[in-house]
Design a protein around this ligand. Structure first.
Ligand code: SF4
Length: 385
């Protein structure tokens, strides 16, 4: 899977889309059913924190007879941006293959307007692939929608904000430009890394994909690891551990002190230095430990002071991101934010209160955000000593 990191922005001029498109014309000629079959055989799990089998998700959306769209959001995540700019062709191919699989006639790519380079690269790639006859005889409309920063209500991974299960699918939409899409269509939402995986699996076959990782966790996961000042992308096979991840990252960035790491940003969890070796990079472990294997960064935390700071900031940030529809999420997160410092001081009554709020929010949230927003504070309970 190292190939997903094989290009960078400087290579744009050399980026031979014509050759890539020509080489894999056979791939794009695959029928929708064949795409689903290959993805199901690969047992690809979404790389956005939802831990859903993409083949099953495709199959379910394909059955729907009304209007359908494939949706991608490229936000501010360094991982999304690094992968999108270095794998533009495979990203577009992943979108086209997904549209075929779910029988959607439209692809919408929402991209923060500050990322003009990626937006231009995508437009260029789509144009060149179109010239090669890539979209011939396929009635597929691809829109690239630059999202105005001030219209982004919720900047977390949009895949988390909805859910392919109907009962959670309309918790909220993340930005104004998406309002109609969210209300009128059945959506197939995937993030950058998932779409690149879809493209590579169809191109190389599910058996190639299954040579990486281990049973129930095939393939690789890409991380953006940072130390507060600098960061790098690191690709790990699923089934390896976090100590190996940090070792690989330290060959590229400076990591002088390590007290803990935050995995999954403001919706993620915390692992202490002692836990790194014994914590596997896989989806069952991430669920158990309450962190996300999504597009958010892995941050190296140098001491306890920084850990407290990070958790307080995460909880406050999440409280501002609540859309307010569910009272438990709206009010509960706010109250929890005020309690974090007391929790770190070990005030037992406050700890009890936090646990009560967490349970109420988890049990009554309408969308995936409320469920995940309690992760950092639960980590603070675990690491308060
Ligand atoms: S859980 Fe939070 S973010 Fe999600 S719909 Fe309810 S209030 Fe909105």
């Amino acid at each position: 899977m190292e190939r997903v990191l094989s290009l960078n922005e400087q290579d744009l001029e050399k980026y031979d889309v014509e050759k890539l498109a020509f080489d894999s014309m056979a791939v794009v000629e695959s029928k929708g059913e064949e795409v689903i079959k290959e993805i199901k055989e690969a047992e690809l799990l979404s790389r956005d924190g939802r831990k859903i089998f993409i083949g099953n998700y495709m199959e379910e959306v394909a059955k729907y007879t009304g209007s359908k769209e494939v949706v991608l959001h490229i936000g501010n995540s360094k991982l999304d941006n690094g992968l999108a700019s270095s794998n533009t062709y495979h990203l577009v191919q992943g979108l086209v293959l997904s549209a075929k699989a779910v029988k959607a006639s439209k692809v919408s790519i929402f991209i923060n307007e500050s990322h003009q380079l990626i937006s231009r690269m995508l437009k260029l790639t789509i144009k060149q692939m179109g010239k090669m006859g890539y979209f011939k005889a396929k009635e597929l409309k691809i829109d690239i929608i630059d999202v105005d920063e001030k219209n982004i209500f919720f900047n977390n991974d949009i895949a988390l904000l909805t859910n392919y299960k109907e009962n959670l699918s309309h918790g909220r939409y993340p930005f104004l430009e998406a309002k109609n899409t969210w209300q009128q269509s059945k959506l197939f939402i995937a993030n950058v890394e998932t779409l690149i995986n879809i493209s590579l699996i169809v191109e190389n076959g599910s058996s190639w994909f299954k040579t990486m990782g281990e049973a129930d966790n095939y393939g690789c996961k890409v991380f953006y690891v940072n130390n507060g000042q600098e960061g790098c992308l690191v690709t790990m096979e699923l089934g390896s551990n976090f100590e190996e991840l940090i070792k690989k990252a330290s060959e590229r960035i400076n990591i002088p002190n390590l007290y803990a790491i935050n995995v999954g940003g403001s919706l993620g969890g915390v692992l202490t230095e002692e836990q790194l070796k014994t914590t596997k990079i896989d989806y069952a472990t991430s669920k158990k430990e309450g962190f996300l294997l999504g597009a958010s960064p892995v941050e190296v935390i140098e001491d306890k002071k920084r850990l407290t700071e990070l958790i307080v900031n995460s909880v406050q940030h999440n409280s501002q991101q609540s859309c307010g529809k569910c009272s438990t999420c709206r009010e509960g997160l706010k109250r929890m934010g005020d309690l974090v410092p007391a929790v770190f001081e070990g005030e037992r009554d406050k700890v009890k209160l936090v646990e009560l709020f967490a349970k109420a929010i988890k049990d009554s949230s309408l969308c995936g955000f409320g469920n995940k927003a309690i992760n950092p504070i639960m980590a603070s309970l675990q690491h308060k000593e």
